[in-house]
Design a protein around this ligand. Structure first.
Ligand code: 13P
Length: 257
């Protein structure tokens, strides 16, 4: 069983929710109130882009993140948002390569690789999503390794302490009705393997310092076992982060004691 040697990191990915700024601010304020006395966990909220300036104007107890960015610094790229824009609006983190972007927007590994580099270049922490497509795939390890090789290709050992990885098995994301989270055993196997790949790339010591989160149907009822038994240093939370009470309970549950 795992001892908690890193401060757990809980990242709320609100995806394309909620529909109005008023609701977004109300939800953020409730989360903020709920976590204000908690210092043993780092919480990052990633709302849709349009709410970032509103949150930036508030003094919140959580860090601010975005759900995506473009890879170029500026220019004629209609509809895109640069890493520097996010940094200038107070973001510390940016989710890169979420499976929903791969699946709905055909985002490729090559594009994700460039986004990882571009975000590091401006001092944003890329939260890089890695995971196999199908449950029980015999090629799962090969898929994970290939993704890591491509997505992390431009990152030096020194920069490795500035990234967060997420083991996000696509088959475990709650947006498909009836989907189940991975088991803590699935999670442990994948995260140990990811650590091996990182150790081969940057050495054991650097690999140990990198936060690896789990993402996929995380709830207040299962977060603890992903940390205790699954080897996760925290979680990327989708649906459960849209309910302040649920999310705050989940944050509290992530503190092993
Ligand atoms: P759920 O927590 O809703 O399964 O979403 C997981 C995810 O995609 C996190 O980014």
């Amino acid at each position: 069983m795992k001892t908690q040697n890193k401060k757990p990191l809980l990242i709320a990915n609100w995806k394309m929710n909620p529909p109005s700024a008023k609701e977004a601010l109300a939800l953020a304020k409730k989360v903020d109130q709920g976590i204000k006395n908690i210092s043993d966990v780092q919480v990052v909220l990633c709302p849709p882009f349009v709410y970032i300036p509103i949150f930036h104007a508030e003094k919140f107890n959580f860090l601010l993140g975005a759900q995506n960015c473009f890879w170029q610094k500026q220019g004629a790229f209609t509809g895109e948002i640069s890493p520097a824009m996010l940094k200038n609006l107070g973001c510390s983190h940016v989710i890169i390569g979420h499976s929903e972007r791969k699946n709905y927007l055909s985002e490729t590994y090559e594009v994700i690789r460039q986004k990882v580099k571009a975000s590091l270049d401006v001092g944003l922490i890329p939260v890089v999503c890695i995971g196999e497509k199908a449950q029980g795939s015999p090629n799962a390890k090969r898929e994970l390794e290939l993704q890591m090789q491509i997505l992390l290709a431009d990152i030096s050992r020194t920069q490795s302490s500035k990234i967060v990885l997420v083991y996000e098995p696509e088959w475990a994301i709650s947006s498909v009705k009836g989907v189940q989270a991975a088991t803590p055993q699935d999670c442990e196997a994948a995260i140990s393997f990811m650590k091996e790949v990182l150790a081969r790339k940057w050495g054991e010591a650097s690999a140990k310092g990198i936060h690896i989160l789990y993402g996929g149907s995380v709830r207040k009822e299962n977060i603890r076992e992903f940390i205790e038994k699954g080897g996760a240093d925290g979680a990327l939370v989708g649906a459960a982060s849209l309910n302040a009470q649920e999310f705050v309970s989940l944050v509290k549950e992530s503190i092993l004691g």
